[in-house]
Design a protein around this ligand. Structure first.
Ligand code: NAD
Ligand code: ZN
Length: 361
């Protein structure tokens, strides 16, 4: 057995209001007056001075606001990198990503592509990155994806949706301030929170499970139950704190295992229909009773408790070609299927079954 040696986020600060410490944390990392810090910030915060007024810009530091209406693309990363190279005198001191999973992934990818040649799409895969990325900091404002702790940055390229998985992908510093999530719209809070719940179920029910991923997975699972079934009457603040830690544990759990069927099929939905990760996972997971009976029953209970209605019939208007592309995209994610169904997974699932499932969504 050859065990993987995973990198972890070396520094993390947690606490309500810890965002106020950002400036003092990054100051020692400034390389020179001409090497700015570049803040990549979700444009939902453009008019939110409560957050942005606390960013202290010095010298040539700059905030770039980015729309996350669509999920991150490899070409978007290429354009950002070019813009940053053309507008800075020296290579930046660091990249600071502030937002949900989309923004965190963009920040990780930009930090890597500023020190690695060529186009972003050529790094989609496992361990293709040659040089360490720039110093990069992740500040989540939405809890659930685990992107703040993971070893990947998920990008849609011209040929596939696949992450840049590498030892240089994880952040050098993460700042967890649950207060930053207080403005998240309710439905988004549920969808991205369920991403975390699904990470925990897929990890705990997977064949790759071991004591390391189990311990983190169980923690994420229990925290999600507390937050979304809320039988203990948590305050809004307590729920924000707990969901931020659930996201972290869910991410840690899949570091040493893998996700499963909901993620594989949701990548298909996203690739063909542009359906975003959180809601896409919910739409798929809702139909996966036969694979994850206990997890799906709990999911349905949480959905009911929170009064969330999922869209229906998302695949009914697809033509055959689109349906095939979606199934191909899903089946291409071999490790996810192997984790879910074991080494003989090809004998346990067929394109026909996938089509039937997609048509139920
Ligand atoms: P997101 O980042 O796409 O954001 C969803 C919406 O919430 C956006 O409209 C955004 O503007 C808004 N938002 C974020 N924070 C807010 C706040 N505090 N107040 C108000 N609005 C806010 O959503 P997400 O679910 O966090 O991320 C999804 C992305 O993460 C996908 O691209 C997915 O592929 C990726 N992902 C990555 C990993 C990883 O390990 N790298 C894991 C899972 C998912
Ligand atoms: Zn996910």
């Amino acid at each position: 057995m050859n065990y993987k040696n995973f990198p972890m986020v070396p520094r993390v600060i947690f606490g309500r209001g810890s965002f106020n410490q950002l400036n003092e944390i990054i100051a020692p990392k400034r390389l020179s007056m001409d090497a700015p810090f570049i803040y990549l910030v979700d444009d939902v915060f453009k008019s939110n001075s409560w957050l942005t007024s606390r960013i202290l810009l010095s010298y040539d530091d700059r905030i770039i606001y980015i729309s996350t209406e669509e999920e991150p693309k490899t070409t978007q990363v290429d354009n950002l990198v070019e813009d940053i190279i053309l507008s800075t005198k020296e290579r930046p001191s660091g990249i600071i990503g502030i937002g949900g999973g989309s923004m965190l992934d963009i920040a990780k990818a930009v930090a890597i592509m500023l020190t690695n040649e060529g186009e972003t799409k050529s790094y989609q895969g496992w361990d293709l990155v040659k040089n360490p990325g720039l110093y990069h900091v992740g500040i989540p404002t939405l809890s659930g994806t685990g992107a703040e702790v993971s070893r990947t940055t998920v990008l849609t390229g011209p040929e596939k949706k696949l992450g840049i998985n590498s030892d240089y992908t994880p952040f050098d510093q993460v700042l967890l301030d649950p207060e930053l999530t207080r403005s998240v719209p309710r439905e988004q809070w549920f969808y991205t929170g369920m991403d975390c719940f699904i990470h925990s179920v897929e990890s705990l029910q997977g064949t790759y499970l071991n004591a390391f991923s189990k311990s983190y997975g169980e923690m994420a699972f229990d925290l999600c139950k507390e937050v979304f079934l809320n039988d203990t009457d948590l305050s809004k603040e307590e729920a924000e704190d707990k969901l931020m830690m659930a996201s972290w544990h869910g991410g840690m759990s899949i570091v040493y295992s893998q996700v499963g069927i909901a993620h594989a099929m949701s990548y298909g939905l996203s690739y063909v229909l542009g359906i975003k990760h959180g809601i896409g996972n919910c739409i798929v997971f809702d139909q996966l009773e036969e694979f994850y009976p206990k997890g799906v029953a709990l999911f349905k209970a949480m959905k009911k408790k929170q009064g969330i209605q999922l869209p229906k019939g998302v695949c009914t208007d697809l033509n055959e070609e689109q349906m095939d592309a979606m199934i191909d995209m899903a089946l291409r994610l071999e490790p996810l299927w192997e984790n879910a169904l074991g080494k003989n997974w090809r004998r346990k699932i067929s394109s026909k079954q996938l089509k039937q499932l997609y048509l139920k969504m």
